[in-house]
Design a protein. Sequence first.
Lengths: 258, 414
Amino acid sequence: MAVAGIDVGSLTTKVVIMDGERILGKCLDLSSEEVEVSAQRALDEALKQAGLKREDLTAIVATGSARKSIGFATKQKTTLSCLAKGMSLLNPSVRTLFDVGAETSSVLRLSQKGLVEDSVGHDRCASGTGVFLQAMAKLMMMSLEDFAKLSLTAQRRAEVSTMCAIFAEQEVISHVHRVPPTPKNEIVAGIHGSMAVRLTGLGKRIGIKGDAALTGGVARNPGFARALEEEIDMPVIISEEPELVAAIGAARSGMDEK
Amino acid sequence: MVDTLELILRHRQRSPTTRSGELYYEMLVEYFRRPLRATEEGTPLVAHTAYIPSEIFYAMDLVPLHLESFSIISPAVLHNFEEMSSVAKGFGLTPEVCSAHRVQAAWFVQGWLPRPQAVVWSQQLCDSINHSGALLQEAYDLPGYFLDRPYYIGEREVHYYAQNLAEMVEFLEGTTGHRLDQDRLCQSLAHTYEIAQAEREMYALCRQVPCPMPNRLGDELFSICNWLYLGTPEGVDFARAALEEVRGRVGRGVVPQENHRLISLYPPPAFSWKLMDWIEREHGATIVARPYCLHWAPWEPDFSHPLESLARRCFAIPISRHFHAPMMEAMVPDAVEDAIAHHADGGLFFAMINCRQGCAMVRPVKDALLQQAGIPTVVVDVDVLDPSFASDDDIKDKLESFFEVLAERKENVL
């Protein structure tokens, strides 16, 4: 009775194979221009881990921005409802969910039953998304992993614009060239802080209530997670594999409708 | 623009759908032909901004040119928003300014608009409208009158507004040489009343499940009856045709299965009214409430005091009373009342990104609908004229996501 959930994001494709609440197999791979091909590859890998074949699956549910390109899926569900379903399975107490992916960010308010009560998204510019952090790490000539951790050592945040990725880049350059230069960890803390302020502002449009969680690839960034906790003034729950939550929700919805 | 509208009309006539659908294009063609004829025939043409009462033009036998309608419809028909936007940019207007008013500015500075004899304008519904009227006056060196419409609603304000209407009439009489005919004004008020009554009846019928009014008809009513032909026999004809169609659909609705009943809180983007057909056809989503368009406040004409009665009408008409008034007095309570009475299960707010008036309402309206009517609202950021800001596909994606949320809410009562 296994089902597959496929989350096709702009940067990565995530697949989970589930039976009940158990994850039998999973895969995270880079999305390619041929979306269906990369989804197929990721599904095959996850099936291999689970020791199953395609015929063993009773449903394949696709979600994410390119979900409609997955012709072999038996069903498509939107990202919002999959995130809600996935989170209610992993952490039923969560009422506010911050999801930060490569090119979009969203905040969801969830009901006790794990349904979306309200949501707000941001997909019109790079600031507030994973690619913004990627660009900033490149600018600072650091790996994304080092960049993510460095701000944890800072005592204060350097001032970085909260409005625009391009202006933020100019601000970072001016911090680097100051005499004396602003310490790197403070610049990175400033970058994480600016993004956290933006996302918190988004969240306040729908109201931040109850336990909060952070999902998406950016949840792997401890510096940003701390900045977000400081801004919303409460801890954020991060599941073991935060980028898989929507795929888990997709699989879950496949099970619900069997 | 008129030629393109005529092409659309001919297409409609070849494959007729409804009488109101055909009338809609006939009336648009006629409305925008009249200014051209007026110029040729030497009849006074008066440009005016939204919610300058059209009954006055009817009673004075003047040809009106509604500037906002013109600037919203022209890029949607001619698909030339980019060009218009570029002209406006050259004039110094950036994308933060309402797109409809950037298009107006482009027409004005290029001198493409037929030359009116005068311009009358007001601050309804926003500051941009106020500035556009002043810009036309300056660009064409026209005599102009600014009609000050009070923001608050009360007896003192009605009297003040009636005085201003009288002054505006005096100005128009002096500028055009046409006199206000009191009998014709009363006749026009009677037309307006008939339109209002028809809209009230149609709106009440929208409470029924399934909703008998097609999504697009609501927007067409708004354009024809509330904007272009209010107070005219043609407007009455359209309202009657629409009412007949809505009555005829009572009990059977407009879609085989009505899945979602929505309250619309702002007009859809002008470049894609087809979206409204799409949500109806593909998702069984019907717009059952649209306070900004059909929620009239109580009003009936008083023929013994026509100007004062007209002033009262101006405070009662939808959108003017919703957008140019404290939102907690009109927009928020009307939205909540309509959502409950019309059994809406979701709110749809097209947030025009450069409309400060509309965007300021998003949060209070959305919160009130959730807290008092128990329904969620999707806010779709769009530009009223610019499809490059949010394309049809972007918008459809957001709406599909919302419909999924609504379906899940129905399956599992929150």
